[in-house]
Design a protein around this ligand. Structure first.
Ligand SMILES: C[S@@+](CC[C@H](N)C(=O)[O-])C[C@H]1O[C@@H](n2cnc3c(N)ncnc32)[C@H](O)[C@@H]1O
Length: 223
């Protein structure tokens, strides 16, 4: 515990401050990303959970400014990694479930949530065997539709766990594979669709800025 009573993460971490208009969030990230790499040949073991990806910053800002969920609505972040968009939703009053298949990711996401005054439910689950019981008013999908082998599982999960009237938010940095998924998956009889854009500028990053697409799908009440 630190002086504020927060539980410290088990791994060696660095602090990351995330600025939103009128609000600063404090996150913890693994200090040594490369030390987490154990087997680059196995896609399941690539520690992509340990970064906050540009799509997560873009979605976080959109959620902070647009507040698409009402207080008390149940929102799940899939492939949450460090959990930034979900934490922002919870700060706006949503009841948050953070989900990932990597236990270290979920532990860090929970630490990050608590560091910002959010107490999330945690769901350790693989998209290939995802529990279908609980339904949500919101699903956050920040840069998780990058693998054509995994995308069909996510497509089914979106249909199965989103309540009628619920909203699915997909953010990505203009990935062709994500666009192709959306083209195949989107059914205008079941969902309405809107598209938003956020420009994300990150210090010490490869590109000067990232153009983030944010797709908002609202499930038709009768579907
Ligand atoms: C590119 S990272 C994105 C992390 C975070 N959403 C962001 O935008 O910063 C992909 C995330 O999906 C998770 N993931 C990958 N494959 C998964 C699977 N089969 N089931 C559940 N989560 C998975 C990873 O652990 C990681 O947290």
């Amino acid at each position: 515990m630190d002086g504020n009573g927060e539980k410290k993460p088990a791994m060696d971490v660095k602090e990351l401050l995330v600025s939103l208009p009128g609000k600063e969030l404090r996150l913890y990230l693994a200090r040594d990303f490369e030390a987490l790499i154990t087997d680059l040949e196995d896609a399941d073991k690539v520690p992509c959970w340990a970064e906050v990806w540009p799509a997560a910053y873009g979605l976080a800002r959109y959620l902070w400014e647009q507040t698409p969920f009402s207080p008390g609505e149940e929102v799940v972040e899939l492939g949450a990694g460090m959990g930034l968009p979900g934490i922002v939703c919870a700060l706006k009053g949503a009841r948050l479930t953070l989900s990932d298949f990597n236990p270290q990711a979920l532990e860090m996401a929970a630490v990050n949530a608590r560091a910002n005054g959010v107490e999330p439910a945690l769901l350790l689950a693989d998209w290939r065997s995802f529990p279908r019981g609980q339904k949500f008013a919101g699903i956050l999908a920040s840069d998780i539709l990058y693998d054509p082998q995994l995308n069909p599982y996510l497509g089914r999960i979106f249909h199965e766990i989103l309540l009628p009237g619920g909203r699915l938010l997909i953010s990505h940095p203009q990935r062709p594979v994500t666009r192709e998924f959306i083209q195949d998956w989107y059914n205008p009889d079941l969902f309405t669709a809107e598209l938003f854009h956020e420009t994300v500028v990150l210090q010490e990053s490869l590109l000067p800025s990232y153009a983030i697409s944010i797709h908002l799908f609202t499930r038709r009440a009768a579907s």
